[in-house]
Design a protein around this ligand. Structure first.
Ligand SMILES: NC(=O)c1ccc[n+]([C@@H]2O[C@H](COP(=O)([O-])OP(=O)(O)OC[C@H]3O[C@@H](n4cnc5c(N)ncnc54)[C@H](O)[C@@H]3O)[C@@H](O)[C@H]2O)c1
Length: 439
């Protein structure tokens, strides 16, 4: 099969803007961590764009450059940060509130962090019931959307930026599904004018980003751009999108363990997952409506991987339960505990227990860095709409209509790397012939 040769990739912008919806634990850890890495105060561990290599050609060619050597990406020094939050202050304040990073590290970055003031957020308290925002824009949905667009333009002009990416890392909104106002661009525009409450804040930021030609990523379970109107708008405007809900801890493990069970044709009777966490995210997720949003993105994973319809004797009656418990003493250090009841030869039962003592924002920060750089790359490569090749980063990958999401982490990685190879005009690695699995 001959691959169509893509056009050569335009050079990366020397400076790239990254605007965050929500500068809380994840947002501030990403910004401070990137500043620390570029000053040599820490390693950007967990970031593919900064650390990973990619094999090219035949194994005998011994070509294994870094991803950032294969495709043009903006250097860390060129990233310019900004964001919105419903609580005021600067990014140093946000780091102090979040208490994720050591104060000795943030003290060294203090000047740079204090120079980034967060802009007032577009906020409707019925979407995030546990928070009372004090740093908010005067409302009406149309006014909010216009103000967010103006913020993006001002940020670009003030920092002399031609290109910018927007990432949603704000609080999870209450569970909602796409309704009549979200079915077409015209209906969505009318809903903005009518201040229709079914348009949540996350959609307003997504809309503003798309209208301003900024690629948009949704790191939360909220709907964001995941409604027909905004998917169509992104297509029309030629803007890349990706989402949703960063895959960081428990779900990351699920998307490695579940494919292993299926690969070995081992049965699974039950999977009980519980979490304790004490950060603001945990407080927001303690509210049933917000938990429902998170539960939906967490639950989808196992069924798609295990295919109970194809393997009913192994997975049909699988009982899957997910719990999130707000437990303040833990702060950002989450404990994700899984009990998995599996069975083997002749149905004999076994159990697996996984106790992941993780740090939520430490796991999420490198994902934001990769997404900012890779979505900008996608834009330069002329890609628009949902970027399924970035499903690697998501608990609940948004897909084209009528296509199921790919959840297996290693298939997702293969897809990501093959897309990079394709963009760079390199041969795809299909693992046929004498190739073996070596990503
Ligand atoms: N940390 C992880 O591993 C992880 C993984 C997947 C998803 N997430 C999601 O990322 C999001 C952020 O997590 P976090 O730990 O940083 O939470 P956080 O509570 O520390 O930060 C969220 C911030 O968003 C702000 N906010 C709320 N509504 C806003 C609005 N309308 N406009 C602007 N800002 C708004 C809040 O004031 C807060 O500062 C959550 O939705 C969480 O579920 C986190």
């Amino acid at each position: 099969m001959t691959e169509t040769q893509p056009a050569p990739l335009p050079a990366a912008p020397r400076r790239l803007g990254v605007l965050l919806q929500g500068v809380g634990a994840v947002g501030s850890t990403f910004i401070a961590g990137t500043l620390a890495a570029r000053r040599g105060l820490g390693e950007p561990v967990g970031s593919l764009t900064q650390l990973a290599h990619i094999r090219l050609g035949k194994r005998t060619e011994h070509r294994n450059p870094m991803i950032k050597e294969l495709v043009p990406l903006t250097e860390l020094d060129g990233l310019v940060f900004g964001g919105w939050d419903i609580f005021g202050g600067n990014v140093f304040d946000a780091c102090e509130t979040a208490q994720v990073l050591d104060g000795r590290l943030t003290a060294q970055l203090r000047d740079e962090l204090e120079a980034i003031e967060v802009m007032p957020g577009a906020f409707d308290p019925s979407y995030v019931k546990r928070l009372n925002g004090t740093h908010v824009k005067p409302g009406g949905r149309r006014a909010w959307a216009d103000a967010l667009r103006a913020d993006i333009r001002r940020f670009k002009a003030a920092n002399d930026l031609a290109e910018c990416v927007v990432i949603n890392c704000s609080s999870t909104e209450v569970y909602s599904v796409a309704g009549p106002a979200h079915q077409s661009v015209a209906a969505f525009e009318a809903a903005l004018d009518a201040d229709d409450p079914s348009v949540g804040p996350s959609m307003l930021y997504a809309y503003a980003a798309i209208m301003e030609g900024c690629p948009y990523a949704n790191g939360t379970p909220s709907l964001g751009a995941d409604v027909p109107a905004l998917l169509a708008l992104a297509d029309a405007k030629g803007t890349p999108l990706a989402g949703k809900d960063f895959k960081t801890g428990q779900t990351l493990l699920k998307t490695v363990l579940a494919p292993m069970f299926k690969a070995r044709m081992l049965g699974v009777r039950g999977w009980f997952s519980t979490n304790i966490l004490g950060n603001r995210d945990g407080e927001v997720l303690d509210e049933p409506g917000a938990f429902r949003s998170k539960e939906m993105t967490k639950l989808g994973v196992i069924d798609t991987i295990l295919q109970p319809d194809v393997y009913p004797s192994l997975y049909k009656d699988l009982y899957h339960k997910v719990r999130i418990n707000y437990y303040p003493p833990r702060g950002d250090s989450k404990e994700g505990w899984d009990n998995i009841d599996i069975f083997g030869w002749l149905g004999y039962p076994m159990q697996i227990k996984v106790d992941f003592l993780c740090r939520d924002s430490i796991l999420a920060a490198p994902i934001l860095l990769d997404l900012a750089l890779l979505l900008n790359l996608a834009q330069r490569a002329g890609r628009k709409g949902v970027q399924e090749w970035l499903s690697f980063y998501w608990k609940s990958p948004v897909t084209a209509p009528d296509v199921y999401a790919e959840h297996d982490l290693f298939i997702q990685l293969t897809k990501l790397k093959n897309n990079l190879r394709h963009m760079a005009g390199e041969e795809l690695i299909t693992h046929l012939g004498t190739e073996y699995y070596e990503e």
